[in-house]
Design a protein around this ligand. Structure first.
Ligand SMILES: Cc1cc2nc3c(=O)[nH]c(=O)nc-3n(C[C@H](O)[C@H](O)[C@H](O)COP(=O)(O)O)c2cc1C
Length: 196
């Protein structure tokens, strides 16, 4: 927590008391080093601090290709870690690019690993998106998330047009007052949803 943290100012910005601390897990659907979706989630995590914690997961590429056979014995370590981080979180935020008008294989694979388990079934989930394009992917992802979780929120959604921007520009873009306010409002509304 930074030394110059002003609790009153943070509470005023978020419109909620600091005691409503939430621990969110944010999954990026992109494995690209300079991913706009990952950079946006990182910027969101900085805005949320210290009212809420957002751990950004950008390692879906570490998960093996799902097979029901691999669920028979002990789970592969990356899957165990991934599932445990979801279990410990109060809610998931997912942000993904569109690939070939659909969900990127890596993200769909990550979701497939969760389907026969209990971590995600009642987990609150909201979507973000770092592009003005990708509505086919978003429609499919909404359908999939509605299927795997009883608490996917269709209403909570935040989108910025960040396509092709480098991570430093994305951090600066979200720091602009209007965007920062929209991001803080999204986090705050998701925290309320998670607490309901
Ligand atoms: C293999 C591949 C397929 C893509 N297919 C689409 C597509 O169907 N529609 C679209 O709008 N963009 C498509 N794109 C562009 C990405 O969705 C876009 O660049 C996105 O912003 C990348 O997100 P990232 O910066 O988080 O990696 C594709 C990109 C790649 C690499």
């Amino acid at each position: 927590m930074s030394a110059e943290w002003d609790k009153t100012a943070v509470e005023a910005e978020f419109g909620e008391p600091y005691t409503n601390f939430m621990n969110f897990f944010a999954i990026s659907g992109s494995t690209r080093k300079l991913s706009t979706n990952t950079a946006m989630l990182r910027a969101l995590s900085h805005i949320a601090q210290p009212v809420h914690s957002i751990s950004v997961f950008e390692r879906i590429g570490d998960l093996p290709v799902f097979s029901p056979d691999l669920e028979m014995g002990p789970l592969p370590k990356p899957v165990q870690n991934f599932a445990e981080m979801i279990r410990q979180s109060d809610g998931l935020i997912i942000s993904s690019p569109e690939y070939v008008r659909s969900i990127p294989g890596g993200l769909k694979n990550a979701i497939d690993w969760l389907v026969s388990r209990d971590e995600v079934i009642n987990k609150p989930i909201a979507l973000m998106h770092a592009s003005h394009r990708g509505d086919d992917m978003l429609a499919q992802l909404r359908m999939v998330l509605t299927t795997v979780s009883s608490r996917f929120s269709d209403e909570l959604f935040l989108r910025f047009d960040l396509m092709k921007k480098p991570p430093a520009d994305i951090e600066a873009y979200l720091a602009q007052p209007e965007n920062r306010l929209a991001a803080a409002d999204f986090v705050s509304r998701f925290a309320t949803y998670c607490g309901d």
